[in-house]
Design a protein. Sequence first.
Length: 211
Amino acid sequence: MEREINMNEVSDGRLYTANDLVKADCQGCAGCSACCKGMGSSITLDPLDVFRLCEAAGCGFEALLDTRVELNIVDGMILPNLKMSGPEERCTFLDENGRCSVHPYRPGICRLFPLGRIYEDGDFRYFLQVHECPKKKTKVKVKKWLDTPDLARYEQFVRDWHYYLKDLQKETEKDPARIKELSMDVLRRFYMLPYDRNRDFYEQFYERFRR
């Protein structure tokens, strides 16, 4: 999800790479689950997120849509996001102790927080959102904080996915009647068509991406 923001107002004024130190470590978020509540439809899921969540839940994408995930229009495309529920609008994966029940499989946005990404010239860098988390923080290397295996491959996937969706968004702006057609193709190709959990995700994704 893209946002129009003033970087001077929301960040510490710096941009980071995966090898930089940033003051983002919340020390395990002990006693706090503020970022898991009241997020509306903002936790948009990419195909890797859904691959992980399906593995965690032991089900397919359609089953996630029944209770855990919903569809909304994001930047001109219909895409899935984590569902919030109850009076506190809690993430449906939050357990009774206020902890993430799928932490090893959590989505990329959750791994990133309180960092964000800014996209420019076909690439992206990270920035620290200074008003989004009340916890006291210490410095940590960005790549350690992201806690993502094969980080170079993941970052390339993030770039490719973002700019692919941007291209599709331009198509929907030129012809709004195609939103449903293009969105359904994306949902079928990258989300609904099951991935083989015994194969590398990226290999399967790029087979679909190249088609």
